[in-house]
Ligand binder design. Structure first.
Ligand SMILES: N[C@@H](CCC(=O)N[C@@H](CS)C(=O)NCC(=O)O)C(=O)O
Length: 237
């Protein structure tokens, strides 16, 4: 059994996708991030960064409970535990791992910063908005080209590279607008192909369910929002 500390954000949706695809039994523990619950001492013992997702595998290495934070590490852990979602062949395996790393280092952070400045920052940050939006398009153009040459991001097989990337990619029309989304037909087709997997449908539904159990970002208390974003009285620089 896996204890899964969750909310409905893209980094968390990755783990829903993996758990459902792998058919691993799990129990969801909603973490009310926009209620500030990630800062509770008990949760920080699971993740010193105070962020979801986190899993605790009650049947970890040597049969002992094992805690994993950071979504990329969790995906690698689950792939290794089950021998699935990563090819056995070494070159194919690292093809998938490097594309997963593109998500961890570029897709997630660039989309994350773009959304922050678009949705939460005060007006007058045009430089930041332009920079992050440009970086988002740069990586999407790269992924579009990759999907012109391969069925999945890692190559022939559905892998943790796809699982890591699809939660942001499916939000392209919402976040960037329909005209921008039309620039990426290969990405759109790949998102649709993944969304048609029964495990993905279950994962998206489960993420919708947990979203209903935590505070939405638009309902967060101003003080909590400042703490989450490290601004106002919580800014250290
Ligand atoms: N690099 C981390 C990022 C995790 C992350 O940013 N989690 C957000 C939700 S998507 C969070 O818990 N934020 C709470 C906070 O920063 O206080 C991962 O991939 O797991």
């Amino acid at each position: 059994m896996i204890d899964f500390y969750a909310m409905g954000s893209p980094n968390v949706v990755k783990i829903y996708l993996a758990l459902e695809e792998l058919g691993l039994p799990y129990t969801v523990h909603p973490v009310d991030v926009f209620g500030g619950k990630q800062f509770d001492e008990a949760f920080r013992k699971l993740n010193p960064l105070a962020k979801v997702p986190v899993i605790v595998d009650r049947d970890g290495p040597d049969g002992k409970p094992y805690t994993v934070f950071e979504s990329g590490a969790i995906l690698l852990y689950l792939a290794e535990k089950t021998g699935k979602l990563l090819p056995a062949d070494k070159a194919a395996r690292f093809d998938a791992i490097q594309w997963m790393m593109v998500q961890m280092t570029t897709v997630g952070p660039m989309f994350g910063q773009y959304v922050h400045f678009m949705r939460f920052a005060p007006k007058g940050n045009d430089y930041a908005l332009s920079r992050y939006l440009t970086q988002v398009h740069r990586v999407l153009e790269t992924i579009e080209a990759r999907l012109g040459k391969a069925h999945y991001l890692g190559g022939d097989e559905y892998s943790i590279a796809d699982i890591a990337t699809v939660p942001w990619a499916r939000a392209i029309p919402t976040l960037l607008g329909a005209p921008a989304a039309q620039k990426y037909p290969k990405i759109t087709a790949w998102v649709d192909k993944i969304a048609a997997r029964p495990a993905a449908a279950r994962a998206f539904a489960a993420a919708d369910e947990v979203r209903g159990k935590v505070t939405g970002f638009d309902k967060a208390a101003p003080d909590t929002l400042d703490r989450v974003f490290g601004r106002g009285q919580f800014a250290t620089a």
